[in-house]
Ligand binder design. Sequence first.
Ligand code: GLY
Ligand code: MN
Ligand code: MN
Length: 439
Amino acid sequence: MSHDLTSLYAQHIATLRARADKALSLGGFDHLLVAASTPLRKFLDDQDYPFVANPHFRHWLPLTDTPGSWVIYTPGHKPKLIFVQPRDYWHVVPAAPNGYWVDAFDIRIVRTAAEAVAALPKGKRAVIAPHCPEIEGMEVNHPQAVTDYLHWHRSYKTPYELALMREANHVGARAHRAAEKAFRAGESELGIHLAYLAAARQTDAELPYSSIVGLNEHSAVLHYTNFDRTPPKQQHSFLIDAGGSAAGYASDITRTYAAAGHSDFQALIDSVEKAQLGFVAKVKAGQSYPDLHIHAHHVLADVLREHGVIDMSAESAVQSGVTATFFPHGLGHPIGLQVHDVAGFQASESGGYIPRPEGHPYLRMTRALEPGMVVTIEPGLYFIDMLLEELRNTPAAKDIDWAKVDAFRPYGGIRIEDDVVCTHDEPENLTRDAFAMLN
Ligand code: GLY
Ligand code: MN
Ligand code: MN
């Protein structure tokens, strides 16, 4: 893979330089300074939280574990990397720079974060860094004209970034297969999680987000991140929402399984999957994402009716908020350097905000799709006690088959999630392609 990445990376850096040229000129700055950042210290402790490098830094370099380092970009000059390689025998120190990316940088090695700060150029500086003690005294300004422009353009992935996101999906798909196997073998949630990590060959801290591994009714907790140590007495269902990382890029994948013999729930999964593939097919240039989200509500209403859960038209199920009881989150979000990537609501490269459609408070993407964007498509149907209780007290309650609802409760819910690239043509489904390559 590295071989292909060399030329893709040269092109990626050329794109980033051109974007930074424009962003700096918009803000009237001489230099762009991007900190890797430094680890956060736990309160009253000598331990740090797991380190997560500034996504702006990871945009320039495939370096995820070089605290204290900086990228410096000055228009007209080769980008510089101030690389912190501490003299330290307590911890592993970052290896000397090597790999396909080093030729794109002038690299200076220093020993401390403070030395790195001292090496930064003076002048009018756009500084993108979290506040941290190691850079005390240094102004961190995140100039909005600069960040708006950079965030907007981060939506359009370069071929290099797409290659890394394919890899992140390969990691995730491989690990999902192992997780399904562990589920079929009757493992506990923790057992499944450990099987996932082993197959991903990544630690928890390296994953792009905390994995959701829910058996039975736990699948109804949207962000369920407990891991039961013992398997349930009876297996009904399994929902896993877990990704992988590749050089700082994320995948975000969800699959839902019925235990053997649970054919009604399997049929519901099949319907959600068919609907999901229909939404993926609509990831095309010009498609409004919020319109696709509303469309999903209508299609999922039909699924609920076909399975006898509701007895009303799709239109009235959406209007009355019934679909929001069963599908209470957004259809998806931009993904890239962050699992919920930036600029999902941005109106233009100079900022602005596109509000969510009324009644859809959890949608994370209100823009129209354009080639180069990567979004998740993750419809779901859930049986969530809290929301069902609310529904019982509305006039629409009479059009719900509560016995059916009760029959589905022990399964928790369904979500199916793929990462999809909008192209000039048909969408590229990074996740399905990765699963297909396992066969
Ligand atoms: N895994 C978080 C999400 O699907 O957005
Ligand atoms: Mn997601
Ligand atoms: Mn997810």
